[in-house]
Each structure stands twice: as structure tokens, then as C-alpha cells.
Design a protein around this ligand. Structure first.
Ligand SMILES: [Zn+2]
Length: 748
């Protein structure tokens, strides 16, 4: 009866993705925001004495409803972006950000929550409810609830501006990636590149009515060139194009980085924190930037001998291949050749054993045997693309825990990478269990002709990884949505995902699904042995790369950002009168931005002409060069030669500048320490041991943020985390003799 109602506001469990159009986005989200705001105002103004039900629980319900109504539009921007959809989303993005940042600054709401916290009921809360109240009070204070009005106002402006800048950063990456195309005329230049990748490049050229092959910058196109293409010049060209996306031209991200860093530092300072990392990590396991930095440093020190060994090996093998001086565009290629020489194994050789459908089937069997969850596909029509799958997941006792969508293959209008997202957070309710709803997305190599989609082992790991996130969401038994599932600390959230990857390295687990897609032959023993031997291959190199990202991330936010903020004011044109229009700044906004920037412009004006951040163009350009130099210098200690540091991909590093990993990149390795450690228990008790599996579900997987992760870890492991299992897994025994980097890397 409600067909004319905006599909974003539908209350059905399954989201009507097939009916959501760009024109629904702005009105749908605005209605959702208005209803949420009305709910919050009513809660805050309630005359009844505050109780758990009418205060924290009611607020949780309001925010969960809002998330459930706005998440689908954000998801469509990530997987099925059109210019109209992007514009519509950007139009309301500042309003959404403003709602969330204003929420903890709602004076009457804050008064109401504090009044509840002072009741005897609140003081007697224990367990998840007690933690929720404590975390809520903390979140309000962290958001500035106790700040004087002018500081509150500035804080909100900074957050709105940051959200817009971060969104623009990722749009630039998407656009720069989509715009690039390199035509290749002679197939000779593609010597070494696997057939499937060549056919895709050929297909892309044909699509555009071109002769030859077309190379693009989506990762499935880049990877085979860097790893396999014998033509060094072609590798150089693709590598340089990929690494330097958004360094100049129409999608230049350099000045956005300056603004983002300066504003993040200002945000932390307004809230009384000593730098952005301390603000960011206060509610995480690491607690402070210093502790995260010490974690990186310790691992860097323990990893360096292995890294030095790996670099020397790469250099030696490059020479043996007749490659003069190892360059950044040679690393993946030489590594692949060396891996092949040593283990006679490359990613492509394993693909035939990993057809996607069978991998999923195996994954579901493992999850059923070990954790007691059953996964069943269910065909549905309301999807955003014909490739999208839909599944339901049941608990040991038959309870429907949740459902999820899958979207595996790249498309022009889809974001890169692999990720999981939540749409609906359910959990135990008075009338039974409310199921969860989520999605997993990836960009795997699509089916080729009549062959199914075939994955590399790394892609199999990715599948298990994202499914681990999904299980964390769907297995949640936490009654409070904002403390449920994946709503946990960033340095804890990767434990359930990375843990799942461990099964892809176990023979018994692989036997469930690794079979040749044509012959049905299981993965040969010899190949399995080589896969394992190859696992630690270049472990020092890979681990150091992660350490370098984590270290540079912290350095940018801890060392550079305060300096940038410190110089913002002095950068204003000296002849400008206070409050005068800023011709030098506005055009930058309009030139670079689409609707997003203009929407912020409107918001700024609607705030009564109050000053917003005044960016001086000349200063931005100067500082953006400073940022690039800083990044290069900091990457240097992790680089075999200066050119590796020079070609850092900072301007397309969406994790740091538009994702949630700002000052948090360290958490990848942090949670690897956790997952390697947790898996030791499965190792010793049996990888399909249901009892161990259910103990893990009970202590960790179903618990969300209902207790301190330090306590959850202890509950399952009986002790604190130990990094020994990770070092053993990634690096193995110590290198025989210390090797030093010889001089042939010191080219410009
Ligand atoms: Zn993850």
C-alpha cells in the first residue's frame, strides 16, 4: 500500500535495492534525519523519570533506525555509482555528518543522559548495559558535550568540512583510476602476462572500438602487469601511473591531504587531546599514539633482519634476470620469478583449484562444522546488479541469525578492494531474535568465457576474511545495536576476519573445496607443500611494508599535522580585512569540488557568516609539497632505494584520508598478533573442534563491544596476547647471517 513511499524508508527486512533511484536519496535521507531528530528531541524533553528503556535504549533504537535507512544509499554509491547518485548523496552528506556530530552536542539530551547516569538504576548496571552507559558518557565527552558553545560550534564545522574533504579525496581516486587507459598495440609488449588478463585487456579495447589492448588502473588489471609483464618499460609506466594517481591534474589530492591533516589536528586540540592519534586511540586497545608507535617500532626492529635478507635476495635475483638495479616496478615481477624458481608456484597456477562457488561452499562447510552456523543461498530479485547473491545464516539451534548480500566482481561504477558492511543490526529482543543484515563485496577476476570465476589463494583468503567480518556482525547476541557486532574498537575489529584466513592454510580445510574446476582433482600434495613453503616467502618484505604504512600514518598525524595547523593562520593574505570575502579560497572549493563543496558552502553561509577555515591557495600548494617530502623521507627507512620512497602512494591512500584507518593503520598488524595467537588454540584442539568453535563464539564472536576486548581475549585464551605466534607465522626462524644492503640501490 506504500508503493509511492520512498524505498529508503521501507521497513522491510530486505532492502528494495532494485527500486532505489538517485531521486530518492536526498528526500529519503532528509525524512530519515528529520524523524531521527524528532525522536531525539522527544527523548531529551521527556518529563518522565529517566530509565534504561526511555533513555539509553530509546536512543540506541533511534540511531539504529537512522543507520538502517541511510546505509543503503551509501552502499549504492560504493557499488553502483552514477553521477546523479553521487550528486544526490553528496548533497545530503553534510546534513548526515552534521546530525551525527550534533547528536552528542544536544544539550538537553546530554542533560537527560547524565540525569539517567545519576539514578540508582544506572549505578547498578552491570555487563553490556553498564559498559554501554559508560561508553556513551565517554563518547559524548569525546565529541565535545562539555565544551563551551563557541568551541562546540567550531568542532561541528571542522567535522562537516572533514567529511566533505574525505569524500572528495576518495572520489578523486575513483575518477583518476577510471580515467586512465593505456593502449598497447603490439601483443609482444604483453609477453609474460597470463592469457586471462590479456583477454580482458583486449575486451576493454574492443568495448571502446580500439585496436589492440587497453590497460587500466583497476587492481585486477594492474596486478598481472606488475607481476608478469616482461616489458620493463610497460611495468614502469603502469606502476608509476598507479602509484602517482591524484598527484596532479584534475584529481589532485595533495592539498586535500594538507587540509585534512590540519583539521584533524584542530579537532583533537579542541577536545583537549595532545594530537590526533591520542584522540583517536583513547577508546581503542592501544589507548595512545605513543603505545601504537612503540608497537610499530618493536615490530620494525624484530622484522628488519628478515627485511634486509629479503631485499638482498630480490637484488640478487634481479641481477640474475639481467635487471639492472631493482626499481619499484621490478619488485613484484622479480618476487614472482623468484617465488616461481624457488617453489615453482605462482598465483595463477592455483586459480584452477579455487572456483569461487566451490570456495564459498567450502567456507560454509567449515563455518558449520567449527562454529555450528548454517548458510543457505536464497534467490531474490531486489538487488542492485544481476551478479549479486543473497544468503541466510542460521545458528546451531535453527535461529535465523541474519542474511547477507554478496557482490564479487569489478565494475566501472564500483569502488575497488574488498569490504563488508552492515545494513541492519539485530540481536535479542523482547519478542525473539531480530536478524542482522550485511553485505560483502570484492573485486575478483570475473568468469572468463565458460570457465567459472577462479580465485588466487590470496583471493580465497580475502573471501574468508570478509566472511569473518560478516560472521562477527551476524553472530552478534548483543541487545544494544551500537555495542553489537562489528561496532567495536578498530584494533579489535580485524580479529574475527583475520582469524578465518587461517583455515585457508590447513590441508583438512582445503580438502573440503580446493578441486580443479575441470578435472575435479584435489589440490595436489606437492602443490600444497609448495604453497606452504611459499607462505613465509618475502615475509620480512611484506611485514615491513605494513609497518611502513603504520609508521608513516602515525608520523603524519603526530608530527606533521600540528605544524600544518600551526601555520594555517599565518598563511592568510596580509592585506585581507577580517571577515572579507576570500576570493583566493572560494574558487579553489568550486574548482575542485562538485556538489559536496557547494553544499558545504551553503551550510557555511547558513551559519550566519561565521568564519570557517580560511585556506590560502599559495599556502596549500607550498604545504602540499612539504607533505609529499615528509612522506618520502619517512618511507625512506623502509625502502630499498630512494625511488621506492619517492613513489609512495599517499595521494591515493584512501585508508588514511577517506577511510577509518587514520592514525589506525597499525591496527592491521595489531590484530594479526591477536588472530595468530587465537588460532593457536584451534591448532592444538582441532581446527574443526566444535567445542573450541563455540567457546570462541561465546567469548568473542557474539560479544561485539559488550565488554572490554582485553577481557574478551582473556576469557577465550586465559591470558594476554603474545606476538610470538605472528612472528613465527610470518617470518619463521631467524635469518642465518645478518646481511647489509649493498650500494646498488642508491640510485636517484
Ligand atoms: Zn578486514
Amino acid at each position: 500500500m506504500n508503493d509511492t513511499r520512498n524505498p529508503l524508508l521501507a521497513d522491510d527486512f530486505r532492502i528494495p535495492f532494485d527500486r532505489i533511484r538517485a531521486e530518492h536519496v536526498a528526500p529519503g535521507i532528509r525524512t530519515a534525519l528529520a524523524e531521527a531528530q524528532a525522536g531525539v528531541d522527544a527523548l531529551a524533553g521527556d518529563d518522565a523519570p529517566p530509565t534504561w528503556e526511555n533513555t539509553p535504549a530509546r536512543l540506541d533504537e533511534i540511531t539504529e533506525t537512522l543507520t538502517r535507512r541511510t546505509a543503503p544509499a551509501g552502499h549504492l554509491v560504493a557499488v553502483a555509482e552514477t553521477p546523479a547518485l553521487r550528486d544526490a548523496y553528496n548533497e545530503v552528506l553534510p546534513e548526515m555528518t552534521a546530525f551525527w556530530s550534533r547528536l552528542p552536542l544536544h544539550t538537553a539530551l546530554w542533560r537527560r543522559i547524565r540525569a539517567y547516569a545519576a539514578t540508582s538504576e544506572a549505578r547498578a548496571l552491570t555487563g553490556a548495559r553498564g559498559r554501554h552507559l559508560e561508553r556513551t558518557l565517554d563518547e559524548f565527552r569525546r565529541a565535545g558535550a562539555d565544551l563551551p558553545p563557541d568551541r562546540k560550534k567550531r568542532l561541528e564545522e571542522v567535522k562537516v568540512e572533514l567529511a566533505t574533504l574525505e569524500q572528495r579525496f576518495s572520489e578523486n581516486v575513483l575518477d583518476a583510476t577510471a580515467e586512465y587507459a593505456l593502449p598497447v598495440l603490439g601483443e609482444g609488449r604483453l609477453a609474460g602476462v597470463p592469457d586471462a588478463a590479456r583477454r580482458r585487456a583486449r575486451g576493454r579495447a574492443q568495448e571502446k572500438g580500439l585496436d589492440g589492448w587497453l590497460l587500466t588502473l583497476d587492481y585486477p588489471s594492474v596486478e598481472p602487469i606488475l607481476k608478469y609483464c616482461d616489458d620493463r618499460e610497460l611495468r614502469r609506466e603502469i606502476h608509476a601511473a598507479y602509484a602517482t594517481r591524484c598527484r596532479e591534474g584534475a584529481h589532485d589530492n595533495r592539498t586535500l591531504i594538507v587540509r585534512i591533516l590540519a583539521l584533524r589536528d584542530e579537532l583533537a586540540s579542541i577536545l583537549g587531546f595532545d594530537g590526533f592519534p591520542d584522540y583517536r586511540l583513547a577508546d581503542r586497545m592501544a589507548r595512545t599514539g605513543a603505545r601504537a608507535g612503540a608497537f610499530e617500532q618493536d615490530l620494525a626492529q624484530r622484522t628488519r633482519p628478515y627485511w634486509t635478507r629479503d631485499v638482498a635476495e630480490l637484488r640478487r635475483h634481479a641481477s640474475a634476470l639481467g635487471i639492472d638495479g631493482l626499481e619499484p616496478w621490478d619488485a613484484a615481477y622479480v618476487m614472482e620469478k623468484l617465488r616461481r624458481a624457488r617453489f615453482d608456484l605462482d598465483d595463477e597456477m592455483l586459480r584452477p583449484y579455487f572456483p569461487l562457488d566451490r570456495v564459498l561452499d567450502g567456507l560454509f562447510q567449515i563455518v558449520e562444522r567449527t562454529f555450528g552456523f548454517t548458510v543457505r543461498p536464497r534467490p531474490i530479485d531486489e538487488v542492485w546488479h544481476p551478479d549479486v547473491g543473497y544468503y541466510e545464516i542460521f545458528d546451531e539451534d535453527g535461529t535465523l541469525l541474519g542474511a547477507f548480500y554478496t557482490d564479487w566482481f569489478p565494475r566501472k561504477e564500483k569502488r575497488q578492494g574488498a569490504w563488508m558492511n552492515n545494513f541492519i543490526t539485530g540481536g535479542p529482543r523482547a519478542d525473539g531474535f531480530a536478524p542482522h543484515l550485511g553485505v560483502i563485496c570484492a573485486n575478483f577476476t570475473p568468469p572468463d568465457g565458460d570457465a567459472p570465476a577462479l580465485l588466487t589463494h590470496r583471493e580465497v583468503e580475502t573471501t574468508f576474511h570478509e566472511f569473518g567480518h560478516l560472521l562477527h556482525h551476524c553472530a552478534s547476541k548483543v541487545e544494544i545495536a551500537s555495542r553489537a557486532g562489528i561496532n567495536v574498537a578498530w584494533d579489535w575489529v580485524e580479529l574475527p576476519s583475520q582469524l578465518m584466513e587461517n583455515w585457508t592454510w590447513e590441508r583438512e580445510a582445503l580438502d573440503l573445496f580446493a578441486r580443479h574446476h575441470r578435472t575435479g582433482e584435489p589440490l595436489p600434495d606437492d602443490m600444497f607443500r609448495r604453497l606452504h613453503a611459499a607462505r613465509r616467502f618475502m615475509g620480512g618484505w611484506a611485514q615491513m611494508r605494513q609497518i611502513s604504512f603504520g609508521t608513516v600514518d602515525l608520523a603524519l598525524h603526530e608530527e606533521l599535522a600540528p605544524k600544518l595547523r600551526g601555520s594555517v593562520q599565518t598563511a592568510l593574505p596580509p592585506d585581507r580585512e577580517p571577515g572579507e570575502g576570500l576570493p583566493g579560497n572560494r574558487p579553489t572549493e568550486l574548482k575542485e569540488g562538485g556538489e559536496g563543496a557547494r553544499a558545504v558552502g551553503r551550510q557555511e553561509r547558513s551559519q550566519g557568516g561565521r568564519k570557517v577555515t580560511e585556506w590560502n591557495e599559495a599556502w596549500l600548494v607550498r604545504e602540499s609539497e612539504h607533505v609529499m617530502r615528509f612522506a618520502r623521507d619517512r618511507f625512506l627507512e623502509f625502502s630499498p632505494s630512494p625511488r621506492f620512497a619517492e613513489l609512495h602512494g599517499l595521494t591515493s591512500f584512501t585508508h588514511l584520508f577517506s577511510g577509518g584507518y587514520a592514525a589506525g593503520y597499525y591496527s592491521y598488524l595489531w590484530s594479526e598478533v591477536l588472530d595468530a595467537d587465537v588460532f593457536t588454540r584451534f591448532r592444538s584442539e582441532g581446527i574443526f573442534n566444535r567445542e573450541t568453535g563455540r567457546a570462541y563464539v561465546a567469548a568473542i564472536l557474539s560479544r561485539g563491544d559488550s565488554a572490554d576486548p582485553v577481557e574478551l581475549f582473556r576469557e577465550f585464551m586465559g591470558r594476554d596476547p603474545d606476538s610470538a605466534a605472528l612472528l613465527e607465522r610470518n617470518l619463521g626462524s631467524a635469518p642465518d647471517a645478518p646481511e647489509t644492503l649493498d650500494g646498488n640501490g642508491g640510485t636517484t
